[in-house]
Design a protein around this ligand. Structure first.
Ligand code: NAX
Length: 327
C-alpha cells in the first residue's frame, strides 16, 4: 500500500479548516490514497481543535491514516509533504496595513523557518491565509533550502469564481469554460482575464461581446466577491475557500487537465513583465508536482494596464515587508 501523504494544515480550528479537514480526510485530494493530518493552531485554539478532531474520528474516514495536533510548527511540520498555510491574523479594528503585514510576518517567518528545518524533501507549500501572496513571499524567503517553486499562494478561488460568473453570463456549463486566468495579487486589484479564456472552445471575450460588461461587471464582481459574501453571510467565504485550496493542491500534485491551464500565484521569473521574485498569479500548467507558466500569450493594452496595476501593488507589499525586515 502507498504510504500516507503527510498534510499539514495551519489555522485548523478556523472556519476554512472546518470545511477543509473533512474534505481532505474524505479523499477529495488524493482519492483512495490515505493521508495523515498534522494540524497547527495557536495555543488558545487547541481545545477547540480537539473537538474538531473528535468529529474527524467520528466520521471513520477510511482514507484518514492519523491526526496529530499541536502549537509548535517544528513538531507539526516534521516530515510533511504538503503544507496548507491557512491560519493568518485578520485585520483588527484600528490596525494599519503595516500592523497587519507585521503580525502576519511574524507567523510566516516562523512557519517558513520551521518548514525549512523539518519538512520532507518533496514538500509543497500552499498559502491561503491573507495577504496570501506576500505571506507566501515571506515564508519562501525564510526557507532558503526549499526550492522557491515549492511555494504558491491561492488564487484558485478567484479563478473558480471567474469560471462561475462566465458560465452564468453565457449559459454554458462550467465544464465548457477553459483557459481562465487570474493575474496578479489575491486582492481587489487582481485581473480576471476573459481575453484568453474560452467558452466551448471559442474566445470568451468574443462570446460575451460586451467590453462594458467585462470592465464594469465581470471584473469587479470577481474581485469583490469576498466582500459580497461577508455582506450576505456575515462571515467570510469558508467552504468555497476550502474547496479551492483542495483544487489547487490536487492539480499541483496530480497535474492540470490536458489542454487547459489553472491560475496559481507563483514566484515570477519575469514572464509577462511581472517583476522577478514577486509571488504573482499566472496561467500555469502542472505535471509531476511541478508547475510552469504558460508562455506566449498576447497581452493587449487593456490587460497590460490591469496586470501592471496588480503587480505594482505586490511590489509595494514586498517593499513594505522588506522595510519591516521580514524578508
Ligand atoms: P478564521 O479566523 O476562522 O481562522 C483562522 C485560524 O488561524 C484561527 O483558528 C486562528 O487561531 C489560527 N491562527 C492564527 N495564527 C496562527 C498561527 N500562528 N499558527 C496557526 N494557526 C493560527 O479564518 P478563516 O476564515 O479560516 O480564514 C483563514 C485565512 O484565509 C484568512 O487569512 C483569510 O483572510 C484567508 N482567506 C483567503 C482566501 C484566498 O482565496 N486566498 C479566501 C478566503 C479567506 O478570506
Amino acid at each position: 500500500m502507498t504510504s500516507p501523504l503527510k498534510v499539514a494544515v495551519t489555522g485548523a480550528a478556523g472556519q476554512i479548516g472546518y470545511s477543509l479537514l473533512f474534505r481532505l480526510a474524505s479523499g477529495a485530494l488524493l482519492g483512495d490514497r490515505p493521508i495523515e493530518l498534522r494540524l497547527l493552531e495557536i495555543t488558545p485554539a487547541l481545545k477547540s481543535l480537539e473537538g474538531v478532531v473528535m468529529e474527524l474520528d467520528d466520521c471513520a474516514f477510511p482514507t484518514l491514516a492519523g491526526v496529530e495536533i499541536g502549537d509548535d510548527p517544528e513538531a507539526v511540520f516534521e516530515g510533511v509533504n504538503l503544507a496548507l498555510l491557512v491560519g493568518a491574523r485578520p485585520r483588527g479594528p484600528g490596525m494599519e496595513r503595516s500592523d497587519l503585514l507585521e503580525a502576519n510576518g511574524a507567523i510566516f517567518t516562523a512557519q517558513g523557518k520551521a518548514l525549512n528545518k523539518v519538512a520532507a524533501d518533496d514538500v509543497r507549500i500552499g498559502v491561503t491565509g491573507n495577504p496570501a501572496n506576500t505571506n507566501a513571499l515571506i515564508a519562501m524567503t525564510n526557507a532558503p533550502d526549499i526550492p522557491q517553486e515549492r511555494f504558491s499562494a491561492l488564487t484558485r478561488l478567484d479563478h473558480n469564481r471567474a469560471i462561475s460568473q462566465l458560465a452564468a453570463k453565457t449559459g454554458a456549463p462550467v465544464t465548457d469554460i477553459t483557459h481562465m486566468t487570474i493575474w496578479g495579487n489575491h486582492s481587489a486589484t487582481q485581473y480576471p482575464d476573459l481575453f484568453h479564456a474560452e467558452v466551448g472552445g471559442r474566445n470568451a471575450a468574443e462570446v460575451v461581446g460586451d467590453q462594458a460588461w467585462i470592465e464594469n461587471d465581470f471584473i469587479p464582481t470577481v474581485a469583490k466577491r469576498g466582500a459580497a459574501i461577508i455582506e450576505a453571510r456575515g462571515s467570510s467565504s469558508a467552504a468555497s475557500a476550502a474547496s479551492a485550496t483542495i483544487d489547487a493542491a490536487r492539480d499541483w500534485l496530480l497535474g492540470s487537465a490536458e489542454g487547459d491551464w489553472v491560475s496559481m500565484a507563483v514566484v515570477s521569473d519575469g514572464s509577462y513583465g511581472v517583476p522577478e521574485g514577486l509571488i504573482s498569479s499566472f496561467p500555469v500548467t502542472t505535471s509531476g508536482g511541478d508547475w510552469s507558466i504558460v508562455q506566449g500569450l498576447e497581452i493587449d493594452d487593456f490587460s497590460r494596464s490591469r496586470i501592471d496595476a496588480s503587480t505594482a501593488e505586490l511590489a509595494e507589499e514586498r517593499a513594505a515587508v522588506q522595510e519591516l525586515g521580514l524578508i
